[in-house]
Design a protein around this ligand. Structure first.
Ligand code: HPA
Ligand code: MG
Length: 182
C-alpha cells in the first residue's frame, strides 16, 4: 500500500489491512450467513461504536432478510455503584425465538463479549451467534465459539474501519497499526 502514515493524537499508525482485503473478508462472512440462514430471518446486533462500518458493509452482501439493531454495552455510570456489571443500552428488538448474530469489529480478550452473551441469552433467542471482522487469537484463547470470524491478527493495536484510538480514526476505510518505535 502507498498510503502514508497517519497521526492520531500522540501516536503514529502505518497501513496494515487494505480496504480490498476487508471487503473480501466481509463478503465471505456474509456468504456464510446467507448459507446458514437461507429461508430464515436474522437479527444483526451491532455493538457500538466500533461495529458500525462492519455492519453496514455486511448487510449490503446479505440475501437473507435481516433486522438491524445497534446497542451499547457499557459499565454503569452515575448513581449506580461501582461493580463489574454492565448495562445494555438501546436494544429495541424482541430477541425471543429469533436468530441473533452479535456483530463486532474486533475481539481481543473477549471479556466484554462473555458478559454480553450472558445478558443476551437471557432474552431466549432461538440462536445466538457471534461475528467479528478481526480477532486477536493470541489473547482471546478460544473462550467461546466465534461463529463468523474474518481476519486473525497479531496482538497489536489497530485503528480504522470503525475502530478508534481515543475517539479518532473510526472513519478511515483501511485498517492501520501502531507504528513500532524506531
Ligand atoms: N484497536 C481499537 N480498539 C480495540 C482494539 C484495537 O486494537 N482492541 C480492542 N478494541
Ligand atoms: Mg474503542
Amino acid at each position: 500500500m502507498n498510503e502514508p502514515e497517519i497521526q492520531l493524537h500522540d501516536k503514529t499508525f502505518v497501513p496494515y489491512i487494505h480496504r480490498e482485503e476487508i471487503s473480501q473478508a466481509i463478503k465471505k462472512l456474509a456468504n456464510r450467513i446467507n448459507e446458514d440462514f437461507e429461508g430464515q430471518e436474522v437479527i444483526l446486533l451491532g455493538i457500538l461504536d466500533g461495529a458500525f462500518m462492519v455492519l453496514s458493509d455486511l448487510v449490503k452482501n446479505l440475501s437473507v432478510n435481516c433486522y438491524i439493531d445497534f446497542v451499547k454495552f457499557k459499565s454503569y455510570v452515575g448513581q449506580q455503584s461501582t461493580g463489574k456489571g454492565k448495562q445494555l443500552l438501546g436494544a429495541s428488538l424482541d430477541l425471543k425465538d429469533k436468530n441473533v448474530i452479535i456483530v463486532e469489529d474486533i475481539i481481543d480478550t473477549g471479556h466484554t463479549l462473555t458478559e454480553l452473551r450472558a445478558v443476551l441469552a437471557g432474552f431466549q433467542p432461538k440462536s445466538l451467534g457471534v461475528l467479528t471482522l478481526l480477532i486477536k487469537e493470541e489473547v482471546f484463547k478460544n473462550k467461546f465459539p466465534v461463529n463468523y470470524s474474518g481476519i486473525s491478527i497479531d496482538n497489536k493495536f489497530v485503528v480504522g474501519y470503525g475502530m478508534d484510538y481515543d475517539g479518532l480514526g473510526r472513519h478511515i476505510p483501511d485498517i492501520y497499526v501502531l507504528k513500532d518505535p524506531s
